[in-house]
Design a binder for this molecule. Structure first.
Ligand SMILES: CC(C)(COP(=O)(O)OP(=O)(O)OC[C@H]1O[C@@H](n2cnc3c(N)ncnc32)[C@H](O)[C@@H]1OP(=O)(O)O)[C@@H](O)C(=O)NCCC(=O)NCCS
Length: 338
């Protein structure tokens, strides 16, 4: 046997356009403290969050994804029909099957594209970026649409003091395609399943819906539960190391970096990573958490869109992105902004 014919793709890939969707309803800390025993001052000081968006009924995972994707497509100059792969990163598409990516591909006009969802929580966008880059360079795909989307308000107990003020909703999308120059650096990624209990759904669906599971004889809608402090320490210390490895892998020194856009989990985590990485003071830092809370898979693309739209960051700049969250999972890479 003479072996198989294999395909090779473009030498490099890059993000060609980014778009976001933020739900209409603004929920400020004054509203949050009607649900939990807390204060505006505590929430701002401990997390940085002043307000967040919670989706209204019509702002579904699909609707937010399509809105964000259309913006990303417009900005990239790529037609929906050119997209041959759609990856949706989410933990809040509440159907076990089918994946939401297939309907999104059809409704956008990416007819027949390979389409699937991934579950990598707050690292979802960075996982999807790494996959898109590999698919394009291997020849498996030419243009990939990636979407990070969450309606975390659906699975957050608004009376739980450790999560109610943090989690929020939104969608961010990016079109990734071939490039003459490197636009996506090597990913540094991994997981730590020994710490999977730190952020988890309270019950699997079958137990949650079974009234005999609970002492009150009622089914209980499953929600996120989180041990904030160990997550905080893991993110602040371990993730700085991962971020430094992503910079090393891309051959980028702290002084070469223009923008730092980590997952928007907590402003204090961002500050701790910034200090540990010894980044110069003129590096632009994403602070989307202040107005949008933690939107998990949507947080990195939404933060990038905010920086690009406000003019704080520009096309062609070198940017470090890193996502980390439930699993535990993490992924970071250096990108060139579209
Ligand atoms: C959630 C988080 C903001 C809490 O901050 P923290 O500094 O770790 O706070 P702790 O849990 O240690 O609690 C400190 C004190 O605040 C109190 N507290 C906890 N939640 C509170 C709230 N919502 N409002 C007011 N006080 C609160 C605690 O009872 C504790 O009081 P005590 O000192 O009297 O015992 C922080 O741990 C965090 O951001 N963790 C990471 C979250 C995250 O990124 N999750 C997603 C990963 S993708």
């Amino acid at each position: 046997m003479s072996g198989l014919t294999i395909k090779t793709g473009a030498q490099f890939s890059a993000i060609l356009g980014i778009g976001g969707y933020r739900p209409r309803r603004v929920v400020d800390n004054a509203e949050i403290i009607t649900y939990i025993d807390s204060s505006d001052e505590w929430i701002r000081t401990r997390s940085g969050i002043a307000e967040r968006r919670w989706a209204c009924e019509d702002e579904t995972v699909k609707m937010m994804s399509i809105s964000a994707a259309r913006k990303a497509l417009d900005r990239s100059g790529i037609e929906p029909g050119q997209i041959d792969t759609v990856i949706v990163a989410t933990v809040t598409h509440l159907y076990q099957t089918p994946a939401i990516a297939t309907t999104i591909a059809s409704e956008l006009g990416a007819t027949g594209a390979a389409a699937f969802d991934i579950s990598a929580a707050c690292a979802g966008f960075c996982y999807a970026t790494a996959m898109a880059d590999s698919f394009i360079r291997s020849g498996a795909s030419k243009y990939v649409l990636i979407i990070g989307v969450e309606r975390l308000s659906d699975i957050t107990d608004k009376h739980d003091r450790s999560t109610a003020f943090i989690f929020a909703d939104g969608a961010g999308a990016a079109v990734i395609g071939p490039s003459d120059t490197p636009g996506i650096g090597p990913v540094v990624w991994g997981s730590d399943g020994d710490q999977s209990e730190l952020i988890t759904q309270t019950e699997p669906w079958n137990r949650a819906m079974d009234p005999t599971t609970f002492s009150d004889g009622q089914p209980h809608w499953p929600v996120l539960q989180m041990e904030g402090n160990p997550v905080f320490k893991w993110a602040s210390y371990t993730m700085a190391k991962t971020a430094a490895e992503a910079m090393d892998a891309a051959g980028v020194r702290p002084e070469d970096l223009d923008v730092f856009a980590p997952h928007q989990a907590n402003n204090r985590i961002t500050d701790a990573m910034f200090r540990a990485l010894k980044l110069p003071s003129d590096v632009v830092i994403a602070r989307d958490i202040i107005n949008h809370g933690n939107t998990s898979a949507a947080s990195v693309p939404l933060a990038l869109e905010t920086l690009l739209e406000s003019g704080e960051a520009h096309s062609g700049q070198t940017c470090l992105i890193i996502g980390f969250g439930a699993g535990l999972v993490f992924a970071g890479q250096v990108i060139i902004l579209p």
